[in-house]
Design a protein around this ligand. Sequence first.
Ligand code: AHM
Ligand code: MG
Length: 336
Amino acid sequence: MGRIGITLNRFLVEEQARHPDADPGLGPILTQLAYASKIIAREVGRAALVGKLGLMGDRNATGDSQKKLDVFANEVVVDAFTSNGLLYAMVSEEMDNLVELPGGENSQYVMCCDPIDGSSNTDINGSLGAIFGVWPRIPGASVEENCLRKGSDQVLAGYVMFSTSTLLVYANAQGVYGFTLDRELGEFLLSHENITIPQRGHYYSANLGHSHEWGVGVRNYLQWVTADDKENQRPYSLRYTGALVADLHRSLIEGGLYFYPPDPGHPDGKLRLLYEGAPLGYVVERAGGKASNGTSRILDIVPTKIHQRTPLVIGSADDVDEYEHFSSGPTRKRPL
Ligand code: AHM
Ligand code: MG
């Protein structure tokens, strides 16, 4: 049983005592993220009753139609970091530009986040997520330079999954941990200690509606992963929820991979580097897995724009390697 069931706050205090060199500035950021997550979870749970389903009527910076819950969740996260000095600046999928947070002039961190991931699931009671990555501030650098950072510079990253339960998973230099929200107590309690991802899985997640539009390398991978080869436990089973966090969480616990390659409608891929690929890539690498754009490690890519998109393949190390083998050479094909 170990420490299972202790509160997030107690866990953070104990971790700081265990790792005196660990950065003490990250605990309060996690505490505020947990607080924001409780408010979002409450609103997601009652959205159909309080008029929070459906579209807002605007589009966000990357051209997606904003849902009411997208806008609500963004406001909650911004509020949670306003006037408390925890963050210097913040990038969000739901804001056109980065924002410098009031009261954060002397803060040592910037955060990039997607306040609601998988927005197409809001109106159908499907799983949703939230994603965050935290970078240490570069002294003397501009706010833009502080936000356009490669994923490997992160010191904290994670996600929240709003589903049958609300689960907060975070990764830092020490490891990857999961906390489940006890709704009656109103507390996140440690439920997953030291998460590690299986080396290989037998599930894959992708929007197969686009498969005829993918490059030949990715189509060859799809053919390989769905081929009949009982000895090697193929075909893999398909699981696709429409929420990256939920699909990634399955891979993290049971093994397997998620991929969203480029297609004609998304020539640079659909997912965003700073607040989807990089934070989830950090979590998966800390757990022993891999994240790539098909040819290069996601965490090595330096963005030039805050809303930059990227192709993404993420999950078990052997599965991501296999995918890269196929996708990096258009003519590469392995025997089925
Ligand atoms: P969002 O942040 O606007 O919700 O977009 C990201 C989501 C991912 O969670 C999900 O895997 C993907 O977009 C689904 O896209 P599609 O509907 O094209 O399959
Ligand atoms: Mg989103």
